[in-house]
Design a protein around this ligand. Structure first.
Ligand SMILES: [Zn+2]
Length: 247
């Protein structure tokens, strides 16, 4: 019988939820431990006895980055996988090696940053949509990555301010310097170390990537052609560092 998964006092029994595989580990005895990022339960190790032996029930459905509806059975000491129904295997993304690698990197950041068994449904939804955008070959992957990490930091209340200079509040400048706290105009940057130099055009691109609604981001991102992806990669790295410092 399915138990209402919202009853948090229910520590034992079967619940149905959905989520994505972040990583998996096969034991030498042929069992499989799957690290799911689950709705309502957060990142959770789920045990699938015998699943690593090859001719198993779950097969490739427990590969990283596959999204499914899962039935799990919880005991006080362990969580077991009872059933799994694949909802989105991101087949198109799997055929794009560079983009797939990027998604795997995001999964690694999720593994190292999120607390085990702590609900993080907003981030889960953000991850799903970021994978969707990544699967769209027309949208530059660096911008999807920027959007993913900036919005993640925003949800945690620590996103860098990118709308105005975070020291003097100025809205317009030719050059900006991105730091973990936000962008600085050239005047406020004087005498300070660090900061990634970005021009006003690129700042607009970053703002659009972060702020636009889903449909608008797809439309705008698909039409964009000239993007300095090296600088954006540096900016993305800065966001990932900022995230890792919050834990
Ligand atoms: Zn300033």
């Amino acid at each position: 019988m399915l138990v209402d998964a919202t009853v948090e006092t229910q520590r034992q029994g079967t619940v149905r939820t959905k989520g994505v595989v972040l990583r998996r580990l096969d034991t030498s005895s042929g069992d499989r431990n799957i690290y799911f990022f689950l709705k309502r339960y957060g990142p959770t190790w789920v045990f699938a006895p015998g699943a690593g032996r090859g001719k198993i029930r779950f097969g490739g459905a427990t590969d990283p980055l596959i999204w499914s509806i899962v039935d799990i059975y919880r005991t006080p000491s362990r969580v077991y996988l009872k059933n799994l129904d694949v909802k989105d295997d991101f087949w198109a993304l799997r055929k794009m090696p560079k983009r797939l690698r990027l998604a795997m990197e995001w999964a690694r950041v999720l593994c190292s940053t999120l607390m085990v068994q702590q609900e993080n449904d907003n981030i889960l939804a953000l991850f799903y949509w970021s994978m969707k955008f990544l699967e769209n070959p027309k949208i530059p992957s660096t911008l999807t990555e920027w959007r993913f990490f900036w919005r993640w930091l925003k949800l945690w209340g620590t996103a860098p301010e990118i709308g105005i200079c975070h020291e003097c509040g100025r809205e317009k400048a030719k050059w900006w310097y991105l730091t973990k706290e936000g962008v600085l105009c050239a005047d406020c940057k004087v005498g300070k170390n660090g900061g990634i130099a970005i021009d006003s055009t690129l700042l607009t691109v970053l703002k659009n990537s972060a702020f636009l609604k889903k449909a608008d981001f797809v439309e705008w991102g698909s039409r964009l052609d000239l993007v300095d992806s090296l600088v954006i990669k540096k900016c993305n790295k800065l966001l990932i560092e900022a995230l890792q410092e919050t834990v």
